[in-house]
Design a protein. Structure first.
Length: 220
């Protein structure tokens, strides 16, 4: 193990090399990791492998001192600071980056011979239970005002995780309802195989995505 100042190292050189390669893999996939991402991954790596550590269990992440030491031992690792989503997307969508993405895609398709059934796209979308804007309706020409009965309720957000492959087959969706307790009535008449999860905010989080991913493995 490599000594780091007055601290005993947490990971072996081989484990740190594996972590470094993991970071580079994300970079090549155009999903650069932030400082906090790497600190959380280090915590998970130690926990899952039963490695003794002094990382913060409340925040479930490694400390800044560990991160700085890791960067000193692996100068080829360049971590980015988080950016506002709109700026990050604008910077990422340019000819060079898009070309790099398709070069990587071509390389993977050539190497692994993926079929359309093996190529999936997954994304989430937020749905409001009450429309924010009334739909357009047909009316008699010349009528100045057209009324419509609308709900006075304030809509609530429901997140839906959707996934489909290049052959047109899709995985039954996962719904994230904004509540703590289970309510089976919410899934009445849902598409067969769809399943419900619950979170107070109605947003998906890491734990719910892992839950979805396990179902994805079953269907794929």
């Amino acid at each position: 193990k490599v000594k780091m100042g007055g601290y005993n190292p947490v990971f072996t050189p081989a484990q740190e090399e594996e972590l470094k390669q993991y970071i580079h893999m994300f970079e090549e996939s155009l999903f650069g990791l932030t400082y906090r991402d790497v600190r959380r991954i280090a915590f998970q790596l130690a926990e899952m492998n039963g490695i003794p550590h002094t990382f913060c269990r409340n925040k479930q992440e490694a400390g800044k001192d560990w991160l700085y030491g890791f960067k000193e031992r692996h100068p080829s690792v360049v971590l980015r600071n988080p950016e506002p989503t709109s700026i990050a997307r604008a910077m990422g969508f340019n000819r060079v980056v898009v070309g790099h993405f398709y070069d990587n895609l071509e390389s993977l398709l050539t190497q692994y011979k993926f079929s359309p059934n093996d190529i999936y796209n997954v994304d989430e979308t937020g749905l409001m239970t009450v429309p924010n804007k009334p739909s357009r309706v047909l009316a008699l020409r010349g009528k100045k005002q057209v009324g419509v009965i609308s709900s006075a309720e304030r809509g609530t957000l429901v997140t839906v995780e959707l996934c489909m492959n290049a052959a047109g087959n899709f995985v039954p969706p996962m719904f994230v309802f904004p509540r703590k307790k289970e309510n089976l009535r919410l899934m009445e008449d849902a598409f067969p195989g769809s399943f419900a999860t619950y979170h107070p905010s109605g947003w998906i989080n890491k734990e719910l995505f892992i839950h979805w991913f396990k179902r994805f493995v079953e269907y794929s």
